[in-house]
Design a protein around this ligand. Structure first.
Ligand SMILES: *Cc1c(COP(=O)(O)O)cnc(C)c1O
Length: 227
């Protein structure tokens, strides 16, 4: 069913990169304006290494502990590796997250923003932050509500001095993602934020068309995840 399963990681990476470049050019954008975040959650370090060998450097993980199990060694071999946290961050994991990651894409509440700022200060590391927006206003999903975004961005910048660079969203599975992508891009622009993280395996080309600077792609690179 899934012919991706019979391809190597290197082949899949080349294919995704080609499609990113095509989508960017079709939108009148430079392919280099889109960063591919390879989402390696549930996959072992050997699979990540295969993509590193093929030149990929930016990876995304959704759990601090899982990332701690595979990335320190990979980073020792590839100091230019860049690791993004894309999943919910519990405040008691903030110190570990600040020590390991380079970018936090899931800043979604006031208390987390405050503690992150404190831990960055303490650790002497400034991590670029994306504010996660719950564009679908789904009760079970993390993220700031659209109506609260402007105020929250301002507070993160002014009160906490967080290095906020952009917005991130995960649209509802059963809705047209383009509407959510357009909304996120608009909110980023009006807050003077140049980076927008949106689009996954099924819809990254649409996201690029609507201005994504970061696409988070797992399945199309690594194949299906076991459950
Ligand atoms: C798992 C995950 C992805 C990647 O999803 P695919 O459909 O496998 O590409 C992207 N973003 C977040 C936040 C994720 O948790």
């Amino acid at each position: 069913m899934n012919d991706a399963a019979f391809k190597t990681g290197t082949d899949r990476l080349a294919e995704v990169r080609r499609r990113i470049a095509e989508a960017a050019r079709a939108a009148g954008r430079e392919p280099a304006s889109v960063t591919l975040v390879a989402v390696s959650k549930t996959h072992g370090a050997d699979r990540v290494q295969e993509l590193l060998d093929a030149g990929q450097r930016v990876f995304g993980e959704n759990r601090v502990q899982e990332a701690e199990g595979k990335f320190p060694l990979l980073r020792a071999r590839h100091p230019d590796l860049e690791l993004h946290l894309i999943g919910p961050l519990q405040t008691n994991k903030t110190r570990d997250a600040v020590a390991l990651f380079d970018v936090i894409q899931s800043v979604d509440r006031d208390r987390l923003a405050a503690i992150l700022a404190k831990e960055m200060e303490r650790g002497g590391r400034q991590l670029r932050c994306f504010i996660q927006v719950n564009t679908g206003e789904e009760p079970q999903k993390a993220g700031v509500l659209p109506a609260d975004v402007d105020g929250f961005v301002a507070k993160c910048r002014e009160a906490y001095k967080l290095p906020v660079v952009g917005l991130m969203c995960i649209p509802p599975v059963d809705e047209e993602p383009a509407l959510h992508f357009a909304l996120l891009a608009k909110m980023a622009a009006r807050n003077g934020l140049g980076q927008v993280s949106m689009g996954m395996s099924a819809d990254y080309e649409t996201a690029i068309k609507l201005g994504a600077t970061h696409v988070r792609v797992g399945t199309a690179l690594f194949g299906a995840r076991g459950t």
